[in-house]
Design a protein. Structure first.
Length: 268
């Protein structure tokens, strides 16, 4: 009975639904500013695997409940409770696995950010393909101020802004408002808080209407060539272009363009 109650408690801390082609994953811990616990990270990984296997889920939106925060990072007050050294070490790798599984999802991801996006929450937002931020959003890496370093979010940060800018933020721990985030370039768009749901919904809906086959092939190729040399990347991308032209959706798209009609994607 205790295990069942605990399972329900964790489930209540992470909400998941799919509607009109859009899967929405909501960290539901507003009283903790949606801080990440080991259980929440594990549940997020499970739900991302579910979204990957669900053909009706074309886009994934990640957000936080309440009006204070997207995610304020790791729940430092509870993560060490009752855990040994090796258990803690292995647990910390869960966030890295989460990022890798997001990049391997094969479907677009959107961070819907309002309020605080700090530490691991900052990394979670930037691990998404796109970030729609409300004008009250605040980003930062405060780890340095508590004697830690944001190791686990270094990759999404340095992939989303000039590396020396990411280093400055990690060294100083200073907060960045939405306007500066827009100037640095790690958010896709900044909108008034009142327009956040509309902006995220419009982007998610537009992406959900694209060919799922072409989105997967193209998005996978983007992440595959990220760290490759130009020569290696082009050698990989060239045959992918030929492969893409052989898909049913590519042929349907060209036919629809010629016939001046909307395409009817088959997902093949």
């Amino acid at each position: 009975m205790a295990t069942l109650v605990a399972s329900r408690a964790v489930a209540a801390e992470l909400l998941y639904d799919v509607a009109d082609g859009v899967a929405t994953l909501t960290i539901n811990r507003p009283e903790r500013r949606n801080a990440l616990s080991w259980d929440v990270i594990a549940q997020m990984r499970a739900r991302i695997a579910e979204a990957k296997a669900d053909d009706t889920a074309r886009v994934l939106v990640i957000t936080g409940a309440g009006d204070k925060a997207f995610c304020a990072g790791a729940d430092l007050g509870t993560m060490a409770d009752g855990a040994g050294f090796l258990e803690l070490h292995d647990g910390r790798g869960g966030l890295a696995s989460l990022f890798q599984e997001m990049w391997a999802l094969g479907k677009p991801t959107i961070a819907r950010v309002h309020g605080y996006a700090l530490a691991g929450g900052f990394g979670l937002a930037l691990a998404c393909d796109m970030v729609i931020a409300a004008d009250n959003a605040t980003f930062g890496t405060p780890e340095i101020d508590v004697g830690l370093w944001p190791y686990m979010i270094t990759v999404p940060l340095t992939r989303s802004m000039p590396p020396k800018k990411a280093l400055e933020l990690m060294l100083t721990g200073r907060r960045v408002d939405a306007a500066e985030a827009d100037r640095i370039g790690f958010v896709t768009r900044v909108v008034p808080l009142a327009d956040l749901d509309t902006a995220v919904g419009a982007l998610a809906s537009a992406l959900a209407k694209k060919s799922p086959t072409i989105v997967k092939l193209g998005r996978d190729s983007f992440y595959d060539v990220w760290d490759r040399s130009a020569a290696e990347a082009l050698a990989l991308l060239h045959p992918l272009l030929t492969l893409t032209t052989l898909t049913d959706d590519a042929q349907e798209g060209i036919a629809a363009f010629s016939e001046k009609r909307p395409p009817r994607w088959r997902g093949t």
